[in-house]
Design a protein around this ligand. Structure first.
Ligand code: UDP
Length: 236
């Protein structure tokens, strides 16, 4: 029995790069798909929000003189590309996946319609939410919090390159230690970056826990879904 009946998995665009400098690394994507496939076999319903940072980041575009909103729309379109790649890899692995976009792009993917998404999840299909929230000035972290709350996910799983939330940046401070659990309030009081502020506030308001874990560790998603102590749980 999985510890969670329904999860929202947030994958950063960078997670798809593997060791490449940009773009989508096929071996990396195949490994992630295999991990998702394994947890669906336990009966866990999986929705995914994927970032676009491996292709385009609106903040970076804006900082080189582009209109920020335009740059952000480019970033959202980048997430559509990643979503298509992810869903394609899922199909090749024998999973049924549906991509739903927050921006109308009907010839490419179907629009996000909440009841439809819920239906797909109940049918055991993996739903990939593309184009973030559909709004500039937001991030895919916020999209993960938003969609997670909308679909009644029991947890938002943030897969990153770091295996949890640390007392300090482990890359800079070797004495930093990882929290096994931490409350939203304590994370705020200690000024710890878990997700961006909007995403964090939304999860806290909706009492939606966040678990941060490493995408680089094989089997980590399975351990999380089985309720093991993996990464850091941010709770109410
Ligand atoms: N973006 C946006 N609104 C959203 C989600 C994403 O404008 O609701 C844009 C934003 O420019 C962002 C880019 O899409 O920089 C890629 O998303 P994100 O940076 O969250 O990707 P990740 O860091 O997870 O790869």
């Amino acid at each position: 029995m999985p510890a969670y009946r329904r999860i929202l998995l947030k994958l950063s665009g960078e997670a798809l790069m593997g060791d490449d400098a940009y773009g989508i690394n096929r071996a990396t994507i195949a490994r992630m798909v295999a991990e998702v496939h394994a947890v669906t076999k336990l009966g866990c319903e999986v929705a995914v929000v994927i970032g676009g940072g491996n292709i385009f980041r609106g903040v970076a575009g804006g900082s080189v003189g582009m209109d920020r909103a335009t740059a952000d729309y480019m970033g959202m379109l980048a997430t559509v590309m990643n979503s298509l790649a992810l869903a394609d890899a899922m199909r090749q692995d024998g999973l049924t996946a549906r991509v739903m976009s927050a921006i109308a792009i009907d010839q490419v993917v179907e629009p996000y319609v909440r009841p439809k998404a819920l239906q797909y999840l109940e049918e055991g299909k993996v739903v990939v939410f593309a184009a973030g929230t559909g709004n500039p000035f937001f991030t895919t972290d916020t999209a993960a919090a938003l969609r997670g709350a909308e679909i009644g996910a029991e947890v938002v799983l943030k897969a990153t390159k770091v295996d949890g939330v640390y007392t300090a940046d482990p890359a800079k401070d070797p004495s930093a230690t990882r929290y096994s659990t931490i409350s939203f309030d304590e994370a705020i009081a200690r000024n710890l970056q878990v997700m961006d502020a909007t995403a964090f506030a939304l999860c806290r308001d909706q009492k939606l826990p966040i678990r941060v874990f490493s995408i680089l560790k094989t089997g980590a998603l399975m351990r999380v879904v089985q309720g093991e102590d993996e990464g850091t749980l941010v709770h109410v």
